[in-house]
Write a protein that binds this ligand. Sequence first.
Ligand code: AVJ
Length: 344
Amino acid sequence: MAAILTRPPPDLERERFLADALHGLCLPQKSLPCKYFYDAEGSKLFDQICALPEYYPTRTELGILRAHAGDMAACLGPETLLVEYGSGSSVKTRLLLDRLARPSAYVPVDISREHLFETALALGLDYPSLAVLPLWADFSASFALPRPPWPAARRAVYFPGSTIGNFSEAGAIALMSGVARLVGPGGAFLVGVDLKKDPRALERAYDDAAGVTAAFNLNLLARMNSELDADFDLRRFRHRAVWTPGAGRIEMHLVSEIEQVAHIGATEIHFARGESICTEHSHKYTLEGFARLARRAGLVVRRVWTDSARLFSVQYLEAQSASHESGPSPARGFGRLARRATEP
Ligand code: AVJ
C-alpha cells in the first residue's frame, strides 16, 4: 500500500479551519462547513449515527448493495480504477470490491487523515492483490490521482452515503463536473442519493431520540474550543434539524439558548437568543430531479437501484463525451434509458 500525502501540514489545516470558522460566524446567517464535523470524535459519532434506528440511509443503502453489487460491478466493468470519495471505511466498499473484476487500483480520498489510513491499512490486508492508494485530500477540491501499478481500462468514482446531498445545487454540479473530468468520456460515477420522503421521517433521522446526532453537531463547538482556542459553552446551544421544503433539504442548526458572547481567540462572536449557526444542509432528491442535475454536469443516469420503500437510491451514471451534449434529456427518456431495479 503506497500513501499519497497532498494535504497541507496540520498548522496550515488549523489556519484553514480558523479562517472558515471566522468567515462563517460573521455571516448574517452564521454557518460552519460540515466537513469540520469529522475529527476523530466526530467520525466516531458518525459511525454511531449510522447504526441508529431513525437514521435509515446507511442500512437502506447497504441493503441495496447487498442485492445489486454484482450488477453494479458489471456496470463498472473489469480493470477499473475505482476512486472513492470518502475513506471507504464502510462495509459498502467491500461489497463492491468483492464483486469487481480485477480492479486496477482502489483510491480512497478523505480529509480525515487517521480514519483514512487506518481504513486503507485494513483494506490492504483484507485484499492483498488489490493496490490500495489512499489519498489524504479534500475531494471537493481538485487533486491529482496516484498512478496505478498497471493501466486501468476505465476510471470510476464511487460516492456512497448521499454525501452529495451536503452540496448546494451549484456545488453538486461543480463536484459532478469534477467527476466527469476525472473519469473522462465514457467513465463512470456510482453514487448514493437519498430520496425525498415524509418530512417527519427525515427530521427524526437527523434528530434521533438518543441524542447522538445532537452530540455530533455540538462536537463542532468542542472542536473549535480545543483546536481554535475558543470558549463556546456547549450547554448554551441546542441541536435542531428542520426540513426546508422550498430548498428540498434538511438543515441542521445549533441554536443559542440565550443572548451570549463566545470567543475564538480574541475575536468576539455575539449571539442573540434564538440565533443559530447552520452546520449542515442535506439535500434530498427525486429520481428525475437528480437526473436533471447530473446532466448539467455532463453525467447521464444509466441505471438506478432503490429499496422497495424507495427511501434511497444508488445510481450508475456515465460521463458524456462533449459530442453527446445535445442527446435526449434524461428526464424525458428516464423510463426507457435507465432500467430500474427495485431491491426485493
Ligand atoms: C454523511 C453527509 C451523508 O447528511 O445524512 C448524518 C451526515 N448528518 N446525520 C447526512 C449526517 C447528520 C450524513 N452524510
